[in-house]
Design a protein around this ligand. Structure first.
Ligand code: DP6
Length: 348
């Protein structure tokens, strides 16, 4: 009860109510944050508590630098309801998830919000757009509500909206842990410490057939491989953690491809099966295999979508880009370095 009272006091103060004697009146300030998507090298697939969105397995990701979502949040009591604009168009579909997240950040008694989101890459297509969106949302909403929570707290809020979003609060190499009673992320290495490059082959545009949240639950309930997946994950995490600590590219490549293919095997073994790949996805995997046979240090990973992400050292980036561009059916090729975690870019 006491906690609730404290929380409300803080939010009312943050939102500028001055009718309550214990509140300090602060004008609501729109805030804008920017966050980058992250690409998992050791995947999060499955929940141990879907109500609190706690993962069943730990995961390790790299945060990108050049793809990003910019999110502006403004709490405004003249609005009748929350309004979400995505890339310039009103979006009703994402609104319930956004609204729940805002309630967690600013309290359920907050003013309605206008949320403007823009991404410089395709959204809902297996490029982790929900990770960058929720990471940017919690940072912007926290500031717009006049609060200053720390990164660990904001990561918990982002992770309860979308597990992978917790990792985008951190830059470089980040681990979303599967321990303790809440969402926790730690930075394993900075981007500058080991500046790998990521080349993405866009093999299809448009939204994916089944979202990750629903697909994970189907896997948990029906895939005969799910329990082995969960059981083996600590070994994969340890191997990848060591590879990152030692900056051992070959070791990281082997464990990341293995973990990716194992996650997709869990999906393929589910009922109904979840197959996110298309023929161009396979052709891109083959292109990576060919580069590897020519001695290029590169490996692939694929999330819940048809796009192929190739990770390489910067000296090999142009060869990887050329190989994807020459693969029949590839619609576009994007490239990015590794970057920092979500950040507030304006609060006025
Ligand atoms: C395949 O974070 O989108 O990209 O917590 O239900 O929102 P929810 O799931 P989400 O799942 C990401 C799954 C993945 C692997 C990963 O990023 O680790």
């Amino acid at each position: 009860m006491l906690n609730k009272g404290i929380q409300r006091t803080r939010n009312y103060a943050g939102l500028g109510y001055n009718s309550r004697p214990f509140c300090v009146a602060i004008e609501p300030m729109p805030a804008t944050a920017r966050a980058q998507p992250n690409i998992a090298l050791i995947k999060y697939w499955g929940k141990r508590d879907s109500h609190r969105n706690l993962p069943a397995v730990g995961s390790i990701s790299i945060t990108l630098a050049d793809l990003f979502t910019t999110m502006r949040v403004e709490f405004d009591d003249s609005l009748r309801d929350d309004l979400l604009i995505v890339n310039g168009r009103a979006n009703e579909e994402m609104l319930p998830r956004i609204r729940r997240c805002l309630d967690r950040v600013a309290g359920a008694h907050r003013h309605p919000a206008r949320i403007d989101s823009a991404s410089n890459f395709p959204i809902a297509a297996g490029l982790a757009s929900s990770a960058s969106a929720f990471a940017a949302l919690v940072v912007a909403a926290d500031a717009a509500a006049g609060q200053k929570h720390d990164t660990a707290h904001l990561a918990r809020l982002a992770g309860s909206a979308s597990g992978s979003a917790a990792r985008s609060l951190y830059g470089g190499y980040a681990e979303l842990e599967n321990s303790g009673d809440d969402i926790a992320v730690r930075c394993l290495r900075s981007a500058a410490d080991w500046p790998l490059r990521v080349v993405v082959a866009i093999t299809a545009l448009g939204p994916k057939p089944v979202g990750s949240t629903a697909a994970m639950e189907i896997s948990r309930k029906t895939s005969p491989f799910y329990s082995r997946w969960v059981e083996q994950q600590p070994l994969d995490l340890a191997e990848a953690g060591n590879a990152i600590a030692e900056r051992d590219f070959a070791k990281l490549a082997a464990i990341a491809e293995h973990n990716c293919l194992k996650m997709h095997s869990v999906m393929w073994g589910s009922r109904p099966p979840m197959i996110y790949w298309n023929s161009v996805t396979l052709a891109c995997m083959q292109a990576v295999r060919e580069l590897q046979s020519q001695g290029v240090a590169v490996f692939f990973t694929i999330d819940a979508g048809p796009q192929v992400k190739a990770i390489c050292e910067s000296a090999d980036e142009s060869r990887v880009r050329d190989a994807f561009a020459a693969t029949s059916g590839v619609k576009d090729v994007l490239a990015s370095g590794l970057g920092d975690g979500a950040a507030l870019i304006a609060n006025d």
